[in-house]
Design a protein around this ligand. Structure first.
Ligand SMILES: Cc1cc2nc3c(=O)[nH]c(=O)nc-3n(C[C@H](O)[C@H](O)[C@H](O)COP(=O)(O)OP(=O)(O)OC[C@H]3O[C@@H](n4cnc5c(N)ncnc54)[C@H](O)[C@@H]3O)c2cc1C
Length: 598
């Protein structure tokens, strides 16, 4: 059976030692009182829930899956899921980072993100039920009317109800401009919605008495394409004026997808047959409103892969120490045994360290981003809010695509450590690979993320936000440029930072002449940018570790951190050279291939 220990020490390192989050919180009125002890205590309890309640249901949930009763349209998730959700709600976890005005505990996003990392390690399929609800909460908080907020937010915050996001239709996923679900005004402020949605995560279940669907649909006079999409809130059960539940709304689960992973999550086909909804935000501005939820979800998807990378690493490490096979090339390491443990073999270590580096880089990136989100929402200085918002927008596609692609590499590497046993279900490793695979697809495929990064976030503003991130790299280089001990961490990012400017200008220039050049370079470009960000974060982590060691701290944690950073810069970061080369190979070799693809 797989194991999982919440990585509290590494979380505390990133939160308190690298980012000094409580100093940052002091500047934000809503979080000024949040101290390190509170954060640590919350995370310790969160870890107990994740490891003790959600994790034991991971394999059974995968094996059992969800069941649909086609007569009643009701869905039963795997055994134990409902009870775990009840415990989650009783523990007050859905409310952790929500607004106190609606019953939330008001803790920073940064802390909530750490809770979610542990839940994702423990059980991604289960975690998606509360995860989607939190996204619905964010969208309604940002764009709901007072009435909608009063009706739905307290219930979503307490966990009494859950939420979904209903965008995808059978003929449109990426290109939402083609969506056909219709919303007819009824003259009383409500709308009647009709259409079919597919692939709706957590779309039906028996955890709660109501489900709040956020649905994209078209008004009768809507312009064609993405400029004619509006957002509606459509509850499973209508809500009476006094808050009690009214009649069943005709929004039904008509089928469940049979899929590669996350079997414990109900991926629902939803028929909307004249269901009553109310408009969220302005008519035809639904995509913008939904983007609040989508951006939160994109960071959340990166977090899913961080969780899976961490748990896969922990299991592979334990196995590699235990499994004996062959002798070390450099002489016996366990002469008392029939063979050496496989951890002595260089390539097994490479697989383990790849997963460890990708987990630790992703954890630092998630904290970096959610701290920026906290500043963007709650910092009193308008310039700080604006800068933080821009930076998090730049980093969001990197979190979504780079971390989930890395998760694919890492979970596969960890499965490989198990040899043939990794392919066998009972070890749990193949499930981590399968569960991670969707993270590269939903919430906008990783290709779409890379187009968003290069096309909109970088070239779209002439590299202005990228320069802001470059400034952070420049500051670190200036601070540590003469420190010989930091040279191995600083030189690569200083060099790549310089290269990046030329690289971006070159791709931008080519893209100006032929837009396919942007499409051809974008995926490679995002990976290069991802490494620049990870390189910056590993350099900051190494900086802290070196300072602690210099001050006489003998905690092996810091030595481990330096070793992981060294591995990262030596073995993973250098792929940037190849990626820049393949990006520069241009679009012709892709587009002039009609004969090859005939
Ligand atoms: C398990 C699961 C859960 C999901 N949960 C939800 C949910 O809760 N709510 C919801 O609304 N949706 C959900 N989805 C849908 C998901 O977000 C979509 O599948 C995804 O956005 C891709 O859309 P598609 O499947 O239609 O692929 P398509 O849009 O048909 O794309 C096919 C391929 O073409 C590529 N492509 C498309 N356009 C371009 C372009 N311009 N440039 C380059 N390449 C392009 C894509 O990257 C992809 O590789 C879920 C899907 C799954 C499988």
């Amino acid at each position: 059976m797989p194991i999982y220990t919440p990585p509290l020490r590494d979380m505390q390192f990133v939160l308190h030692e690298v980012f000094k989050v409580t100093d940052e919180f002091k500047a934000m009125p809503a979080h000024a009182e949040v101290d390190a002890d509170t954060i640590n205590a919350v995370l310790e309890e969160a870890g107990k829930f994740a490891a003790g309640v959600a994790f034991p249901l991971n394999i059974s949930g995968d094996t059992e899956g969800c069941k649909l009763d086609t007569a009643t349209h009701e869905v039963t998730p795997p055994k134990g899921f409902k009870e775990a959700y009840r415990q989650y709600v009783e523990g007050g976890w859905p409310a952790l980072s929500c607004d106190p005005e609606y019953g939330g505990q008001g803790l920073p996003h940064t802390v909530n993100q750490c809770l979610y990392e542990m839940l994702n390690s423990a059980n991604q399929a289960w975690t998606m039920y509360p995860g989607l609800s939190h996204g619905a909460y964010e969208a309604l908080l940002a764009h709901g009317t007072d009435e909608q907020k009063k009706t739905y937010l307290p219930k979503l915050v307490s966990g009494e109800w859950t939420g979904t996001m209903c965008l995808t239709e059978p003929h449109c996923g990426t290109d939402l401009g083609m969506l056909r679900t219709k919303a007819e005004p009824q003259g009383d402020g409500t709308y009647k919605l009709t259409g079919n949605k597919i692939f709706i995560s957590a779309g039906e279940h028996d955890f709660t008495e109501n489900i709040v669907h956020l649905v994209l649909a078209r008004l009768p006079d809507a312009p064609k394409g993405s400029k004619g999409i509006s957002l509606f809130v459509v509850p499973k059960f209508k809500v009476n004026a006094d808050g009690s539940l009214g009649e069943r709304n005709p929004i039904f689960c008509t089928g469940l997808e049979h899929k590669m992973g996350i079997h414990g999550n109900a991926t629902a086909q939803i028929a909307i047959d004249g269901a009553t909804g109310t408009l969220v935000g302005e008519p035809n501005k639904g995509l913008a409103a939904m983007f609040v939820m989508m951006n939160a979800a994109r960071l959340g998807v990166g977090n899913q892969s961080l969780g899976l990378t961490e748990v896969a690493f922990q299991n592979a490490l334990a196995y590699a120490k235990d499994r004996i096979q062959m002798r070390s090339l450099s002489g016996k390491k366990a002469p008392d045994k029939e063979a050496d443990p496989i951890i002595v073999h260089p390539d097994v270590r490479k697989m383990l360290l790849t997963a460890k580096a990708y987990a630790e880089g992703a954890r630092a990136l998630q904290v970096f981003c959610t701290l920026l989100l906290d500043k963007a929402h709650g910092h009193p200085d308008e310039k700080v809010r604006k800068d933080s918002d821009e930076l998090v927008a730049l980093l969001t596609p990197i979190v979504k695509a780079f971390v989930t692609d890395n998760g694919h590499v890492a979970t596969n590497a960890c499965m490989q450590v198990f040899g043939g046993h990794g392919f066998i279900k009972e070890w749990g490793m193949e499930q981590f690979v399968r569960d991670n695979r969707i993270n590269m697809i939903y919430e906008g495929t990783n290709t779409i993320q890379s187009l968003d990064l290069l096309g909109r976030k970088v070239l779209g503003n002439n590299g202005a936000t990228l320069k802001k991130f470059g400034k952070l790299v420049g500051q670190l280089v200036a601070e540590e440029g003469v420190n010989e001990k930091m040279a191995e961490f600083i030189n690569p990012i200083a060099y790549l930072g310089d290269q990046m400017t030329k690289f971006t200008t070159e791709i931008g220039f080519r893209g100006f002449q032929n837009p396919d050049e942007v499409g051809a370079a974008a995926v490679d470009y995002l990976r290069v940018a991802g490494h620049l960000v990870f390189g910056y974060l590993f350099a900051r982590m190494a900086q802290v570790a070196l300072r602690e060691i210099a001050a006489g701290n003998t905690d092996p944690f810091y030595v481990a951190k330096l070793q992981t950073a060294r591995f990262y810069f030596a073995k993973l970061f250098p792929e940037t050279a190849t990626l820049m080369r393949t990006a520069r190979a241009g679009s012709k070799v892709l587009m002039d291939t009609d004969a090859a693809l005939a």
